[in-house]
Ligand binder design. Structure first.
Ligand code: ZN
Ligand code: ZN
Length: 154
């Protein structure tokens, strides 16, 4: 139940390369495994709060905000020198709990799950690749998750 339609004309998309379409979906709720809301009103995309994540590697850490619009690959790094190809740990910006891994990306890094309901329901989550520069992000439905039960990940 974390999805809602973006109303036509909502937000000012005038300086954006593409206007937000009325049929695009917006992440209206997003939670870490401990139930922290990770949508940030300080990181707006087309007037909507962005998804804020903490990134960690052995040497570095910083923040990443993502557009909450499904299919929009716009993202901004904060205090983190992006090196395309690096694999990072993706954590909650509040409690630093890493998000759970649920599958393997086409690039062979892991996809982690961001929950779009506070009940940690894998039927309502979005996946983000751990590899910087890989823009793979997908909406996982309940049907897809049943298929994933046959994979070898635990
Ligand atoms: Zn948290
Ligand atoms: Zn990937």
């Amino acid at each position: 139940m974390g999805w809602k339609q973006l109303f036509p004309g909502r937000g000012s998309g005038s300086e954006r390369p593409h206007d937000v379409q009325s049929d695009q979906q917006l992440v209206s709720q997003c939670y870490c495994p401990n139930g922290h809301n990770i949508l940030s009103a300080q990181h707006l995309y087309a007037g909507a709060p962005g998804i804020l994540l903490k990134l960690k590697t052995e040497q570095r850490q910083g923040l990443l905000s993502l557009s909450p619009i499904i299919g929009d690959t716009e993202r901004t790094f904060h205090g983190f020198a992006q090196q395309v190809g690096d694999i990072v740990e993706i954590c909650c910006p509040t409690c630093e709990q890493p998000f759970p891994i649920y599958n393997v990306c086409r690039c062979e890094a892991h996809l982690i799950a961001l929950f779009t309901s506070a009940s940690k329901d894998y039927a309502a989550c979005i996946g983000i690749c751990q590899r910087l520069g890989c823009l793979n992000a997908e909406i996982i439905s309940g049907r897809d998750l049943r298929l994933l039960n046959h994979s070898h990940y635990c």
